[in-house]
Design a protein around this ligand. Structure first.
Ligand code: ADP
Ligand code: MG
Length: 404
């Protein structure tokens, strides 16, 4: 069969002869910890297909991940112990945790592993060489194993020792199933026809998302804008936005986006009504503004009901949807309506949809509509950089080349 040029060959873990051998799998167990427990285990669950595959093949499984930002030294607050317990429960088998990412302890534990055994290395960012992509750490990780697999899409945009450096010192390397699924879904998104392709963008700042917006302008036929970034766009159009968050330095950027969109025939929808409050504080009382302009004492904290209905209508008719960034301050129930409406509309739409971004994914999970979404990306920053067209060092290190 001829190779699909859109889909560059990805060497997958199932092609590696890992049976009876040690395989180091870089996973993304960077989970939220609250009160010493894992608050959301979706990243651990997402890594299960690769881990279970390796166990079933009788490999000796060594898992490596970071958690949080422990500043290159051991810090119990960032231990992977809670993630290890959750994994043991999900697998129904023992997961051994080393006391450090590399060194005598892990070396002995790796050597003593039996076929099908699972060793979780302690947080790799306890070592200062992780984020500096240090060769000594890369070699020490490689020395633990026969094969290397990367399944951590969430860190694919970082050139670190456990994602990039280590690949120079291992015999063979491959994609894990999750990594491959992410790359395929985002690749499919970028290859989707423009007709019926809708992007929904929201969240905190225009400046965070500007590169993505610019790239999407050449891909989509409709752009729906919500969240705080909508107010920079409305201000750029000369509307009154009261005390809403506006990035003064990006008014020009917003104008450029609007004029590029116009030139390319991309329809851009901005909020036509809002849920506001006098300030952004917990339990702020919602005030409804039924027109585009917002009076001086109010700030926009969510899109209004007419906006939500209009966006929902576009989404229900869409064929392909990319969504990044909540429509409002969804952490507060009073300002979660717009975000919820988008999640509902996506669930009801026959469109194939991709959701990326830490907060957007959380919002979709909380809405209970996750099953109706085509692909939920586990990588916030990584998915945005992929869509921007940037090279992801973690993918390149696995031999991946972007389709051209
Ligand atoms: P993601 O993580 O999905 O990429 P962002 O991090 O860009 O999303 O944005 C999420 C944050 O934006 C949330 O904390 C939310 O409260 C905030 N936000 C959304 N709309 C507004 C608004 N109108 N005013 C202030 N903050 C907002
Ligand atoms: Mg975020």
């Amino acid at each position: 069969m001829a190779a699909n040029p859109r889909r560059p060959a990805m060497n997958l873990i199932d092609k590696l002869p890992i049976d009876g051998h040690r395989v180091l799998i870089r996973v993304d167990f960077n989970v939220p910890i609250e009160g010493g427990d894992v608050a959301d285990d979706s990243r651990i669950r997402a890594a299960l297909p690769t881990i279970v595959h390796a166990i079933e093949r009788g490999a000796r499984v060594i898992l490596c991940s970071h958690l949080g930002r422990p500043k290159g030294k051991p810090d119990p607050a960032f231990s992977l112990a809670p993630a290890g317990s959750v994994l043991a429960e999900l697998l129904g088998r023992e997961v051994i945790l080393s006391d450090s990412p590399v060194g005598d302890g892990p070396t002995r534990l790796a050597k003593d592993l039996r076929d099908g055994g699972v060793l979780l290395l302690e947080n790799v960012r306890f070592h200062p060489g992780e984020t500096s992509n240090d060769d000594a750490l890369s070699k020490a990780l490689a020395a633990l194993t026969d094969f290397y697999v990367n399944d951590a899409f969430g860190t694919a945009h970082r050139a670190h020792a456990s994602t990039v450096g280590v690949t120079q010192f291992v015999r063979e390397k491959a994609f894990g199933f999750l990594m491959a699924k992410e790359v395929e879904a985002l690749g499919r998104l970028l290859a989707a026809p423009r007709e019926g392709f809708v992007a929904v963008l929201g969240g905190a700042k225009v400046s965070d998302k500007i590169a993505v917006i610019q790239r999407l302008l050449s891909k989509v036929d409709t752009l729906l804008i919500g969240g705080a970034m909508a107010y920079t766009f409305l201000a750029a159009q000369g509307h009154r936005v009261g005390r809403s968050l506006v990035e003064e330095g990006h008014l020009g950027t917003a104008r450029d986006v609007l004029s590029t969109a116009k030139r390319r025939g991309v329809q851009v929808l901005l909020p036509i009504d809002h849920r506001c409050a006098t300030e952004l504080k917990p339990d702020a009382k919602p005030r409804f503004v039924t027109e585009v302009d917002i009076s001086d004492e109010l700030m926009g904290l969510d899109i209004g009901d007419r906006t939500a209905a209009a966006y929902g209508e576009v989404l229900r008719a869409a064929k392909t949807v990319f969504w990044n960034g909540p429509m409002g301050v969804f952490e507060q129930p009073a300002f979660a309506h717009g975000t919820r409406a988008v999640a509902d509309a996506l669930a009801a739409s026959s469109a194939w949809s991709v959701v990326g971004g830490g907060d957007s994914v959380r919002a979709v999970n909380e809405s209970g509509k996750a099953d109706a979404i085509g692909h939920i990306s586990t990588g916030g920053g990584a998915s945005l950089e992929f869509i921007e067209g940037r090279e992801l060092p973690g993918l390149t290190a696995l031999g991946y080349r972007r389709p051209t």
